[in-house]
Design a protein around this ligand. Structure first.
Ligand code: HEM
Length: 506
């Protein structure tokens, strides 16, 4: 055992030096990578790690949607990359029971503990049923609407007006992240940290999400022993991840510990309190058997689900609209045509009912999700050997990476105009919303593990987007560089710097 550990430690620096010289030779960017002895195709992956989603898309486009990536020897890093809808349907739905999240997934996402994203089988069923039953309570959507509007009125609009008065530009992605962080904390923990306030306070837990999603992608790219060594040495992205872990714990534990209340029931609804009650039923399925840890995991998973996804989609939407002003005009026209009532208040309020009438805006959000699906990829490994519809043989435990990002950019799925932003794609001839099957459009995942917050996300995104589009003109700062981050959630690497001006709407 000890000898094996020494060998691993020796192998690492030797491989790094070898890799370095090899990478100098490898200058080709996008052609099919060579499968080198010992290192396999890893040098190409590392060389392109700063543009990983683009690189995977190039590989998949050049290979009809499915590519066998060969990793270094003895690292268990051979991966099947796919963006083929038939494979997505097979893995997520038809042969669902053969593709649990499994131990490797859990190891990579260890920060999420026993929460829903890591859970399989009985524990997953418990999480899913409990969360679903809470989200389908009659009071859920009225509470959600009230919370969203309060955050818009007391957080979003004053912050945007503050920037407007000062005449300086702002990072719209940061503003949306703060919005969704406060909203999900209020919903899950019944506590609003007010990160979206005029002085934009620094709250370590709110910022910790960004470093975490980057480190988690890093763990997909590096051989396990490399990131474990980094973790042990506390360097690089692993150091960031451990700091983030601490920030999450310091934020969440005191809240789950407050008495047994975590605040009072609002309208008879409190997510965490309900989980607390249900916890007794699941004690034996949770590996730790520690109720505080279980509630910390449950809350953190829901915070991840609610913070990064919606804010990312909104940021890309505004960037896409800035590049497509005619689409933005159509959204404004839709608001004029569909929503006639105008209250004589400082701000125009958009209710859930009204937002549901905004089909063109819905189409625009779907385009943002198609081109920049916040959860850019999923990975799975079968418990029994399998053959995919594309004919690829998958031995047990081999990693299959399903690239949702690449799917939105494939001509074979979306046609020749796949790279264009066209909200019309989502509108039926009669003006309704066109349904696309989830194996073609898996932004919210597919099959039994489909996202539980889809409806909630659309409500929130539509209320926020309609409010901003209605009240302001938004212009992306000239020369501001926008590119997708190398992380598990495709945020904008350098944020979205914009300038605002007020629209004359009264
Ligand atoms: C644009 C917004 C959103 C997108 C694109 C999105 C996407 C996804 C995706 C891809 C998954 C599968 C993740 C996995 O299995 O590893 C997922 C699962 C999930 N999402 Fe969302 N999500 C969004 C918003 C939300 C919101 C606001 C919530 C509410 C808290 C939420 C709750 C969940 C939950 C609980 C799961 C786990 C489902 C399960 O494993 O059974 N999502 N979502």
């Amino acid at each position: 055992m000890a000898l094996y550990a020494y060998l691993e430690i020796l192998l690492i620096p030797i491989s790094v030096i070898f890799l370095y010289f090899l990478m100098i030779r490898v200058q080709k960017k996008s052609s099919v990578p060579t499968n080198w002895p010992v290192l396999g195709m890893l040098p190409y992956l590392l060389q392109n790690s700063h543009r990983i989603h683009e690189y995977v898309t190039e590989l998949l486009t050049g290979s009809n949607g499915t590519f066998e990536f060969k990793g270094p020897w003895f690292c268990n890093m051979d991966i099947l990359l796919t963006s083929d809808p038939a494979n997505i349907h097979h893995v997520f739905s038809k042969n669902f029971s053969n593709y649990p999240k499994g131990p490797e997934f859990r190891e990579i996402f260890e920060i999420l503990g026993d929460g829903i994203f890591n859970a399989d089988f009985e524990l997953w069923e418990f999480h899913r049923k409990t969360t679903l039953s809470l989200m389908t309570q009659p009071t859920f959507y009225s509470l959600l609407e009230r919370n969203i509007w309060e955050k818009i009125e007391k957080g979003l609009l004053p912050v945007l007006d503050g920037f407007l008065e000062k005449g300086v530009d702002l990072d719209l992605q940061d503003v949306f992240q703060r919005f969704t962080f406060d909203s999900i904390c209020k919903l899950v923990l019944d506590y609003d940290p007010e990160s979206l306030s005029v002085d934009l306070p620094y709250i370590p837990c709110e910022k910790a999400f960004n470093g975490t999603v980057e480190a988690l992608l890093h763990r997909h790219i590096l051989p396990v022993m490399f990131w474990k060594l980094q973790k042990w040495l506390q360097i690089g992205k692993e150091k960031t991840l451990m700091k983030a872990w601490k920030s999450f714990d310091e934020f969440i534990y005191p809240l789950v510990s407050i008495n047994d209340g975590v605040g009072k029931d609002c309208d008879g609804f409190n997510l965490l309190k309900s989980f607390k009650r249900k916890y007794e039923e699941i004690k034996n399925c949770s590996s730790s058997g520690d109720s505080r840890k279980f509630l910390r995991d449950t809350s953190l998973n829901l915070m991840f689900a609610g913070r990064d996804t919606t804010s990312t989609c909104l940021a890309w939407l505004f960037w896409l609209l800035a590049a497509n002003p005619s689409a933005e005009m159509k959204i404004r026209q839709e608001i004029e045509d569909e929503l006639h009532e105008r209250e004589n208040k400082k701000w125009r309020n958009f209710s859930v009912k009204e937002s549901k009438k905004l089909n063109y805006l819905h189409g625009a959000l779907c385009e943002s999700l198609r081109l920049f699906p916040p959860v850019a990829l999923e990975h799975k490994a079968p418990i029994k050997p399998d053959i995919l519809p594309t004919g690829n043989h998958i031995p047990e435990n081999k990693m299959v990476v399903l690239s949702f990002y690449s799917m939105g950019r494939m001509e074979m799925i979306w046609g020749k105009d796949c790279l264009d932003f066209k909200p019309e794609r989502w509108i039926t001839e009669r003006g309704g919303i066109k349904h696309e099957p989830s194996y073609k459009f898996p932004a919210f995942n597919a099959g039994p593990r489909t996202c539980l917050g889809k409806e909630m996300a659309f409500i929130q995104m539509k209320m926020v987007a309609a409010t901003v589009i209605y009240h302001y003109n938004i212009e992306v700062v000239k020369d501001h560089k926008v590119s997708a981050s190398d992380s598990i959630v495709i945020q904008m690497k350098h944020g979205l710097r914009v300038k605002l001006s007020k629209r004359n709407v009264n």
